[in-house]
Design a binder for this molecule. Structure first.
Ligand SMILES: *Cc1c(COP(=O)(O)O)cnc(C)c1O
Length: 423
């Protein structure tokens, strides 16, 4: 696509944008001047869908009116609250409905998945991760290794960028898998890296590892709601994600988990269980049923009863994704939006700003990570003062994530103007 750096061009793209009406479905935080911020922080906390209030209010009303009876008699019964989330969630990650479950938070779900899949033996005990990984993942994986009385020094394999590079080459990941083909138990990598915005080649990594009997899981925190995913068709073993980033479900909202159906239906797998993973037919025999009977689906990993108030906004948010036409449609706009941002940055010159995110659109989502060569901290302050909401990672990287549902081409244009004014 041919881009142009003038404002009218940005305005024209907004006029032609088939998703432009969705901006109005979100509350846009305003700056001191009362004007909407240029909100590029959807990779940290997505904006609030206006419809979320209605859905949460409905649950509060049902609680007030029905008390305990709301478990079965609420408009959306609480006992099965995971059900209305199932199909829209499956569409987001590209899974069969029975392969996904909304529960807990991301890191908790990672531990639950590791309880099932990380069964180290004397020969197979290593876990491969990308570097840098999100700290919560690093802590979870290292403590999992120690939990099995092993040492991360021996058991953790890191795939790092080469000297002078910022992102990890898929070839290097595949080489590491080959090198450790007999000792790796699990490959655990982000779908999209939180720091660089790199979108990993999930199908290729999955094939390379599974060829040697290695289990493959992906952290989709920065991928779900950002890029189209095909967990089932890529044959991925398991995945977890949060819903408060690109999925706009609100702070600490319920997370998700996926298990390929060969695992989801395998009731013999080891797991950490709770009553909501039990067969609903015997669940309410309570103390009369001391043996855990897992449901033959991803629900078997559900430990507790559903947290209604952290799930309600997700219903509202997923409905917007469906109304917008799903991930294919949002990705189409996202490619243009981020492509436009990249184009404008390239006009400013690479001496001042280096984008460390891959320039190949198929190797990134909506986020660009911009390394500011000159006075990065001052620049970040200037951005904040000018009404841009983005974030800063020490020592010099500014992460910006224009999202297709509520950002405009003019947001991107104005952001580039502000960068250009930076001395
Ligand atoms: C955001 C994020 C998390 C957050 O974990 P929570 O358990 O939701 O607090 C974990 N891992 C990655 C890769 C993330 O991007």
């Amino acid at each position: 696509m041919q881009f142009s750096a003038d404002q009218d061009f940005a305005k024209q793209l907004d006029l032609e944008d088939p998703l432009r009406r969705f901006r109005d479905e979100f509350y846009l935080p305003a700056g001191k001047d009362g004007k909407p911020l240029i909100y590029f922080a959807g990779n940290s906390l997505g904006l609030m869908p206006k419809s979320a209030r209605e859905v949460v209010d409905e649950e509060l009303d049902d609680w007030a009116k029905l008390g305990v009876d709301a478990h079965l008699d609420a408009k959306t019964p609480w006992y099965t609250y995971q059900e209305p989330l199932r199909e829209p969630t499956a569409r987001i990650v590209g899974a069969k409905p029975a392969e996904v479950i909304c529960m807990n938070s991301l890191t908790v779900n990672l531990h639950l998945m590791m309880a099932t899949f990380y069964r180290p033996t004397t020969s197979r005990f290593k876990i491969l991760m990308e570097d840098p990984a999100f700290p919560s993942d690093t802590y979870a994986i290292k403590t999992q290794i120690r939990h099995h009385k092993l040492d991360p020094k021996d058991a953790l394999v890191l795939a790092s960028p080469r000297n002078g590079e910022f992102t990890v080459r898929t070839d290097d990941i595949v080489d590491l898998i080959e090198k450790n083909r007999d000792t790796l138990a699990i490959v655990w990598i982000a779908g999209v890296n939180f720091f660089t915005g790199q979108l990993f080649d999930m199908p290729r990594i999955t094939k390379a590892a599974q060829k040697h009997g290695i289990i493959v899981g992906f952290d989709l925190a920065h991928a779900a709601g950002n890029v189209p995913l095909s967990m089932h068709d890529w044959n991925v073993d398991f995945a977890v994600w949060c819903t408060y980033k690109y999925l706009n479900a609100g702070p600490g909202a319920v997370a998700g988990a996926y298990l390929h159906d060969r695992h989801a239906t395998n009731t013999k797998l080891p797991r950490l269980a709770g009553w909501f993973g039990n067969d609903p037919n015997t669940r309410f025999k309570l103390h009369l049923e001391p043996e855990f009977v897992p449901v033959a689906s991803a629900d078997a990993w559900q430990v507790s009863n559903p947290p209604i108030f952290s799930m309600a906004p997700l219903r509202a948010s997923l409905a917007i994704f469906d109304a917008a036409g799903g991930m294919k449609t949002t990705r189409d706009k996202s490619l243009k939006l981020t492509g436009y941002l990249e184009f404008l940055l390239s006009q400013l010159g690479s001496k001042r700003f280096t984008v460390i995110t891959p320039d190949e659109p198929s190797a990134r989502g909506c986020q660009l990570s911009i390394l500011a060569q000159e006075n990065p901290k001052e620049l970040f302050k200037e951005l904040l003062a000018a009404g841009v909401k983005c974030d800063f990672r020490e020592p010099n990287v500014i992460r910006v994530a224009p999202t297709p549902l509520y950002n405009t081409f003019e947001d991107v244009w104005r952001f580039a103007q502000i960068l250009n004014q930076h001395p």
